[in-house]
Design a protein around this ligand. Structure first.
Ligand SMILES: *Cc1c(COP(=O)(O)O)cnc(C)c1O
Length: 324
């Protein structure tokens, strides 16, 4: 497990003030900061790059020549795995839920541009997706390749190390940080931040990718913490999932517009939009209060906006006309 990480990202990512968004949320103008992990560089950027440094580092140490991973059609992790493969001269096979031809936009357009091969698994659950990835690995091996499986979302005990490092970076940039707010998908990002900053300092906003996301966070974080961790000790909001992972909710639509119009900050409908909607709800119910530093962790995901039909329609509706 002590394989060195491979360098893929640009560090440190900036931390920027967001005074107009802060005020709109009901915080003081100096209470809100944005950690720009959408600017990690590789392949359009985003949080998955930090995790891939470790998981792909391990794959290289094992002598892999092909990366295999799984995801939804608009998976940012799949796109960034394709980018990591391109950067390092490795083949990439993405095992995606659904079937070909549903959409060629957003992340799928970038997957193609980056040269990944796609294997469509049909409408399967997580176990079905994992089984499809295993079948792909068997076929690759039979053809003489040396495939390595990168876990779903890049999340594992090893992948979480990328966010332990990010948490340390953030602590240096904002020493008086009170709460870091982050979208919670496959769990590795929150896990690393919890290990670095402590469970009381991280608010995770569930996006609906897993049935028990808090358990995943504990599993990925525990080996990195001295203190024992319990799921009940984590701060997790599950009120922003709406009708499911792929749907655009009213609060998320409002959050997308608010960030864009107060700070010129573009969020995505699946992850960062939910994280901001969750922060807004947390300020409204008093679990995040003015008078301390809140850091919104911008984890990327912009291509996903262009791969989400309802989000694109909502975004376009917002334009005014001139003259009226
Ligand atoms: C995957 C993802 C997340 C969630 O990270 P996990 O480590 O899977 O919990 C947040 N934001 C964006 C844009 C993502 O792509």
């Amino acid at each position: 497990m002590s394989h060195p990480p491979v360098a893929l990202a640009t560090y440190p990512t900036p931390v920027e003030p967001a005074p107009r968004l802060a005020t709109a949320l009901g915080l003081g103008p100096e209470d809100l900061w944005v950690k720009r992990d959408d600017l990690t560089g590789l392949g359009g950027g985003g949080n998955k790059v930090r995790k891939l440094e470790w998981t792909v580092g391990a794959a290289l140490a094992e002598g892999a020549d092909t990366l295999v991973t799984t995801g939804a059609p608009q998976s940012n992790h799949a796109r960034l795995t394709a980018a990591a493969g391109a950067r390092l001269g490795l083949d990439v096979v993405l095992v995606l839920r659904g079937s070909a031809g549903a959409s060629g936009s957003g992340n799928l357009a970038l997957d193609g541009l980056l040269g990944a091969r796609l294997s469509w698994a049909g409408e399967v659950d997580q176990a079905g997706l994992d089984a499809a990835a295993d079948a792909v690995r068997v076929r690759l091996r039979a053809a003489g390749s040396r495939p390595a499986l990168i876990p779903f979302g890049g999340s594992s005990v090893l992948g979480a190390r990328g966010y332990v490092r990010c948490g340390a970076e953030l602590r240096e940039q904002v020493p008086d940080l009170r709460t870091a707010v982050v979208a919670l998908g496959s769990g590795g990002t929150m896990a690393g931040l919890v290990a670095a900053l402590g469970p009381g300092s991280v608010l995770g906003v569930d996006v609906g990718a897993l049935t028990d996301p808090a358990r995943a966070v504990v599993r990925f974080a525990a080996p990195h913490t001295a203190e024992p961790l319990r799921a009940e000790g984590l701060r997790v909001r599950r009120d922003q999932v709406g009708a499911g992972y792929a749907t655009l909710t009213g609060p998320v639509s409002e959050a997308l517009r608010l960030a864009a119009r107060t700070e010129g900050l573009v969020l995505d409908p699946t992850y960062t939009g939910r994280a901001l909607a969750g922060l807004r709800a947390a300020v409204a119910d008093g679990t995040v209060r003015p008078g301390g530093k809140t850091v919104f962790v911008h984890t990327g995901g912009l291509p996903g906006l262009f791969g989400h039909r309802d989000a694109v329609a909502f975004a376009e509706e917002g334009a005014g006309t001139f003259p009226e």
